[in-house]
Design a protein around this ligand. Structure first.
Ligand SMILES: C[S@@+](CC[C@H](N)C(=O)[O-])C[C@H]1O[C@@H](n2cnc3c(N)ncnc32)[C@H](O)[C@@H]1O
Length: 266
């Protein structure tokens, strides 16, 4: 994952005052942790009791401040120690799974409001993070779901979030599947995945392949990040719906005000 600029350069608030940890991640796109290129630390097994305890201790259960109050999630909030803590004290890889990103919020809202899009269908949520969009697909009646993320801790967080919403956990795969041959999926959803130019190029190639091989429908949620707006995939998108973001999501995403669901039509 390529980092463009140092996180401190973008921080809109005094870094010694508040929200150091989260603002480092949100203020300039996404992946602006000082350790962003480093090895992933501290992850052994998905279901280790001490990891579960760590997640429960360092997140808050919330359903407020997002587009989908129907979904409860364990997230990093101002009530959590690491919201205020120095970023370099966090002992694991960048916790993207602890944020409910605006792209995922828009996709999830759309799936909850339009269950026909997923009912009885197989759905792959790529870069699932906290798992909210996969959870929305499950709530709306998808027949088969796979949530994938390259971060093993995301897998644990998704499992906990399924339990929070009284859902049996669906399969979760914590590896990069972009170089693998794909199963046939009726629908692939991607929330806030176009935050890095190289990743955007890989996703674009992979999505074209899925579309032309299996005629898979692809829905992308994005709040208008520069790496998405400036990418050639723009010529192959049809706007489905645009949502106004809740105030707290705006504040935490550097002034982004809306998030849009796009249908990919190469
Ligand atoms: C900005 S977060 C979005 C999470 C979630 N979709 C949402 O909208 O809340 C991007 C997620 O993509 C994951 N990711 C990055 N590259 C990936 C890849 N090649 N395959 C699967 N997941 C990936 C990250 O670990 C992270 O959890």
């Amino acid at each position: 994952m390529a980092l463009s600029l140092g996180w401190r350069a973008f921080a809109p608030f005094p870094m010694n005052h508040c929200g150091v940890f989260v603002k480092a991640m949100r203020s300039s796109g996404l992946p602006l942790f000082p350790w962003g290129h480093g090895p992933r630390r501290g992850v052994r097994s998905l279901l280790e009791p001490e990891m579960k305890a760590f997640l429960e201790e360092n997140t808050e259960v919330t359903n407020s401040g997002s587009l989908t109050p129907e979904i409860r999630l364990r997230l990093l909030t101002p009530k959590c120690k690491f919201w205020w803590e120095r970023a370099d004290l966090w002992p694991h890889s960048d916790p993207y799974w602890a944020i409910y990103w605006p792209g995922g919020q828009a996709l999830s809202r759309y799936l909850l409001d339009n269950p026909d899009v997923v009912r009885g269908k197989s759905v792959l949520d790529l870069g699932s993070g906290c798992g909210a969009t996969a959870i929305a697909a499950k709530m709306s009646g998808a027949s088969r779901i796979l949530a994938t993320d390259i971060d093993p801790i995301a897998g644990m967080a998704i499992t906990l979030n399924c339990e929070l919403n009284q859902l049996n956990p669906f399969p979760i795969l914590t590896k990069n599947i972009l170089d693998l041959e794909q199963d046939k999926w009726d629908l692939i959803v991607l929330g806030d995945m176009f935050y890095d130019e190289d990743l955007a190029d890989s996703l674009h190639r992979w999505l074209k392949n899925c579309f032309w091989t299996h005629r898979t429908q692809v829905l992308i949620g994005d709040p208008g990040r520069p790496q998405f707006r400036g990418h050639s995939i723009q010529h192959q998108l049809h706007k489905v719906v645009e949502y106004s973001l809740p105030e707290s999501t705006r504040q935490e995403n550097n002034g982004l005000t809306t998030s849009t669901v796009w249908d990919f039509q190469p």
